[in-house]
Design a protein around this ligand. Structure first.
Ligand SMILES: [Zn+2]
Length: 161
C-alpha cells in the first residue's frame, strides 16, 4: 500500500516584536550604574593575564582565566585608534531620530585600558586623525545607565589647539 504524501504546510511570514528587559548582571550592571550616577567608566582586570576588560566581564575572553574581580576606574579620555565618517542616513535606535549626515564613529582606546566604539564629533575628516586625544561628553540630565549616557567623544582641549 502506497504511503500518502504529507500535505505541504503553507507559511505566512510574520515578524514578532517582543520588547523586554533583562538584567545587566553584576559586571555590566556596575558599569552602567557608575555611568548613570557618577559619569565614570569602570573595567576589571583579569587576574591571570592582566588585561583590562571594558566593558567589565566575569571571565576574560582572551585567556579564559578565572573569574575577574579587581575593579579599575578608567578615564573617560583616550586616543582615537580608528574612525570612519559616514554619509548615509542613520536612525539612532536610542532616540528613533535620524542622525544628521555626515556622522562619525571611532574606536577609542581608553586611558588605563579598554576600548569602545562611539560617536565622534565633529564628523569632519579634515579635523579627525588617528592618534588624536579625545574625551567623553556626558549627558548632563536624564542619564539612563546606558552607553548613550555618553553623547559622543570630541577632541580634548590640548588636541584642539
Ligand atoms: Zn586574561
Amino acid at each position: 500500500m502506497a504511503k500518502k504524501a504529507a500535505a505541504e504546510h503553507l507559511v505566512m511570514p510574520y515578524l514578532v516584536s517582543i520588547p523586554c528587559n533583562f538584567s545587566a548582571g553584576p559586571y555590566m550592571g556596575r558599569l552602567l550604574r557608575e555611568m548613570k550616577e557618577h559619569k565614570k567608566l569602570w573595567g576589571n582586570k583579569c587576574p591571570s593575564c592582566g588585561r583590562i576588560m571594558f566593558p567589565p566581564r566575569a571571565v576574560c575572553g582572551q585567556c579564559h582565566g578565572v573569574e575577574a574581580g579587581d575593579w579599575v576606574e578608567l578615564s573617560d579620555k583616550g586616543t582615537l585608534f580608528a574612525f570612519d565618517v559616514c554619509y548615509y542616513p542613520y536612525i539612532d535606535p536610542t532616540t528613533g531620530q535620524p542622525k544628521p549626515v555626515p556622522w562619525a564613529r571611532g574606536v577609542i582606546t581608553l586611558d588605563g585600558g579598554g576600548a569602545l566604539i562611539h560617536f565622534i564629533e565633529p564628523p569632519d575628516p579634515e579635523k579627525l586623525r588617528r592618534g588624536m586625544r579625545v574625551q567623553a561628553v556626558w549627558r548632563e540630565e536624564g542619564r539612563m545607565g546606558e552607553m548613550m549616557d555618553i553623547l559622543y567623544f570630541q577632541a580634548t582641549e590640548e588636541d584642539k589647539k
